[in-house]
Write a new protein. Structure first.
Length: 368
């Protein structure tokens, strides 16, 4: 939220009006944690990055903060109390629908939050993006404020315009202490968000490589093998393998993640790890002994060895060869047939890798 970016304005003003810039709007608007949370655009045919870009109309907005908003932003509790005592409204919203409590919560000002709550401000008031103060505090990692809001009856299951709960935001940003607090308050562990990714809190934490948050969710009973609701059919293990976090891979395997599940592109976690060159993750997955039969099975294009060879990941190629990957397996890709890992290594200019494949026994006479 924009709370932490608001400029410092003198409190003697009755009303503050400042022109918003594109960067202001972008900081304010809740967004996914990266432009392509489930992969590159080519991996997500239905993904539209423009959904998250601020419109020209949004950039033309002006934002207005009352003196009480500004005092809440700066954490000046005595000034907040003075303004309340002199009749300033604690429920006045700025142009984005934020009350002073939203701003105080987003900036972690525990004492100001306490004062505003005691004055009677609504603990679950929604801003224009359906964010509550609890979501602001959870996203920004302010655990003491989260506890205080929950003590005052904040709704732990409230969803915003992206269908994310406070737990989604805490998990996505790696705030494991807040994850634990929200779980204790009864947060839904397996709720899929709807903001273009369809991920659960566990999947968001795995996707962003937040191992401690993943651990808290797993211990609390989060479902390990759920797939996203966006249609890409990826589990937390797919996302962790793609990101290359071997600690999270081990945690998920310890909690009975199924390593050979295939997503909408027919990729297993091993395909993703090999494609992105994560040697340690490849090693961890192969050590499960679950890929003996599917090691040479392609996704919609290629086998794990094809992907590693194409992208020049020599250490991964070496490990896959040692595991028994077929050097001459032929796969079809669009209109070309009979493509082997050696073709891809040579075509990509990976000379050392091509030599390794040949020395391991790859057939140099194959063609397509």
């Amino acid at each position: 939220m924009l709370c932490c970016f608001l400029p410092k304005i003198g409190l003697n003003l009755t009303h503050v009006v400042i022109a918003a810039t594109p960067s202001d709007i972008e900081c304010f608007t809740p967004r996914p944690d990266d432009d392509f949370p489930l992969g590159s655009p080519s991996d997500n045919i239905d993904w539209r990055p423009d959904l998250w870009e601020p419109s020209e109309e949004a950039c033309s907005y002006v934002r207005s903060n009352t003196p009480l908003h500004e005092a809440a932003r700066s954490g000046n509790s005595s000034e907040v109390q003075l303004l309340l005592d002199t009749g300033h409204s604690y429920n006045q919203k700025n142009v984005f629908g934020q009350t002073p409590l939203h701003i105080a919560a987003a900036n972690g000002h525990h004492c100001v939050v306490q004062i505003l709550l005691e004055a009677g401000t609504g603990v679950d008031t929604l801003d224009d993006y359906s964010w509550t103060p609890l979501q602001c505090a959870s996203r920004n990692g302010h655990s003491s404020v989260v506890r205080k809001l929950l003590e005052w009856g904040a709704e732990v299951a409230q969803t915003d315009d992206f269908h994310r709960t406070p737990l989604h935001w805490a998990a996505a940003n790696g705030h494991e202490r807040i994850v634990r607090i929200l779980i204790s308050a009864g947060a839904n562990l397996d709720w899929h968000d709807g903001g273009g990714s369809g991920l659960t809190p566990l999947q968001l934490a795995a996707n962003s490589s937040h191992a401690a948050a993943v651990y808290e969710l797993l211990v609390a009973g989060a479902s390990t093998n759920l797939v996203d609701s966006w249609g890409l059919k990826r589990t937390a293990l797919h996302l962790a393998a793609k990101a290359g976090n071997e600690i999270i891979i081990q945690l998920l395997l310890d909690f009975h993640a199924r390593p050979c599940v295939r997503d909408s592109l027919e990729r297993t976690s091993l395909h993703w790890a090999a494609k992105n060159g994560h040697e340690a993750v490849v090693e961890k997955l192969l050590s499960t002994g679950r890929f003996n039969e599917s090691l040479n099975s392609p996704d919609v294009c290629w086998t794990p060895l094809h992907w590693a060879a194409m992208n020049g990941h020599e250490a991964v190629v070496k490990r896959l060869i040692f595991a028994g990957a077929d050097l001459d397996v032929e796969c079809d890709w669009i209109l070309r047939s009979g493509v082997t890992p050696l073709h891809l290594a040579a075509g990509g200019g990976h000379e050392g890798l091509a030599k390794r494949l040949v020395s391991a026994g790859a057939n140099i006479g194959s063609y397509y």
